[in-house]
Ligand binder design. Structure first.
Ligand code: ADP
Ligand code: MG
Length: 404
């Protein structure tokens, strides 16, 4: 696929305009041009997590929100078992054969191949396609572009429809793709949010039982604002894996068994204090974050449901402090964003969101205070860090779906 239509000057706008994305595919793909009635567009959202960080792989609680930024693919299904996907942003086309995925490429197409691999492993049908991808979701920024790419791919690989399974199984299949093929040992939260997102709601997930509940975020006076630190994530994968093994070591030391068998989900604050003298101090600090963070998620849900926003704000603050001081996944840049936001009247709560080590903060803000927050961040953050921030107002949105 080659065309003067690529690279596209405004891929973010294309991600929000299914008709325009379909037209781009018609312009660049002979297969699509030959069968215009078979062109479909699928979309999957990114997410912010309101509270509950690194609790998912400890089988605890998380409270993500699928957002109105995401990834869209226009595609025409084909019968040739071949996938070819073009990035609207760069014009780059990569592909693979569904019956012989070949080695990992070390590139973005690995996420698509991973999804094909995981769908097949689950016994779900896959189909080839020609497609073009557009995104308005920042990559590698803690807003879960990888999960959005997996969920979007799972529909593209299924002829543009939801695969023939339920949305939780679909989320687990996408997580399996990232764990088992891409090689990132993530928990279920990101794929869960991108699959099961609901407009106007946050999603409480119990990562052990997989029970989940939609929490209304309907107050028209409230806004969600993600602030992007603009800082590259350093040592993220190795630090993430180190946190995971420290959590497993803590659970094994407190509950017995081999690392990986027991989970911090079963450790109470009292059990942690009783065991603390036997624990490595760093391991104990990691466990302290997880044990109390689980409590904060449930407390935040109760506070949202009671309309007690002051308590939600306090819990956001306590969560950020715990990530900074105990779990040590914050950065000077993320701390600066939280401090700047906390000084703005009408900001209810601010904390880092996602795996940490860079990326974004999430801010719960009175709608009338969004301009003041934007102004404070744009003025004070570059002065403090030398970096350019991005302020993104986001809204709770639907999970992966066909949009055309
Ligand atoms: P996050 O999920 O927080 O955004 P990850 O490192 O998990 O960060 O995933 C980012 C990766 O996902 C990118 O390196 C790229 O391979 C892939 N990706 C995400 N969005 C896009 C996109 N719009 N175009 C191509 N690849 C993308
Ligand atoms: Mg990711």
């Amino acid at each position: 696929m080659t065309s003067s239509a690529l690279p596209h000057p405004d891929p973010a706008a294309l991600a929000r305009d299914p008709r325009a994305l379909a037209d781009l595919l018609l312009a660049i793909s002979n297969e699509a041009a030959a069968r215009p009635a078979d062109v479909r567009v699928v979309h999957a959202p990114g997410r912010v997590n309101l509270i509950g960080e690194h609790t998912d792989y400890n089988l605890g609680f998380v409270l993500p929100v699928a957002i109105d930024l995401g990834i869209a693919i226009a595609l025409v299904p084909t019968a040739d078992r071949r996938v070819e996907l073009t990035l609207a942003a760069t014009g780059e086309t990569l592909g693979f054969n569904l019956d012989d995925l070949g080695p990992k490429r070390g590139a973005w197409i690995d996420y698509v191949a991973a999804t094909a691999w995981a769908l097949a492993e689950r016994g779900l049908q896959t189909q080839g396609f020609r497609g073009v991808l557009a995104s308005d979701l920042p990559q590698g920024s803690g807003l879960s572009s990888s999960a959005a790419l997996e969920l979007c791919s799972s529909l593209a690989l299924s002829g543009g429809e939801l695969p023939a399974t339920d949305r939780m199984t679909l989320a687990q299949t996408a997580q399996r793709a990232e764990n088992g093929y891409v090689g990132v040992n993530c928990g279920l939260m990101d794929q869960f949010a991108s699959s099961l997102g609901r407009p106007g709601h946050a999603l409480l997930l119990d990562c052990r039982s997989l029970e989940h509940r939609a929490i209304p975020m309907a107050d028209p006076d409230l806004a969600l604002v993600a602030c992007h630190s603009g800082s590259p994530r350093k040592l993220e994968t190795s630090a993430y894996n180190e946190r995971r093994s420290q959590c497993e070591a803590a659970a094994a030391a407190i509950l017995g068994g081999e690392p990986g068998e027991a989970s911090l989900r079963d450790v109470t604050a009292a059990m942690l204090e009783e065991a603390r003298p036997r624990l490595d101090p760093v391991v104990a600090a990691r466990a302290e974050h997880i044990v109390h963070e689980n409590g904060r998620v449930l407390a935040a849900v109760a506070a949202f449901e009671a309309g007690d926003l002051a308590e939600v704000g306090r819990l956001f603050g306590a969560s950020h402090a715990s990530m900074r001081d105990l779990f040590e996944i914050s950065s000077p840049e993320l701390d600066a964003l939280v401090e700047i936001a906390s000084g703005v009247d009408g900001v209810i709560g601010a904390r880092l969101t996602g795996a940490g080590f860079g990326g974004c903060t999430i801010n719960l803000v009175r709608r009338s205070a969004v301009p003041a927050l934007r102004e404070a961040v744009m003025r004070d953050y570059p002065a403090r860090t030398g970096l350019a921030p991005r302020v993104l107002e986001v809204a709770a949105s639907a999970g992966a779906r066909r949009v055309l």
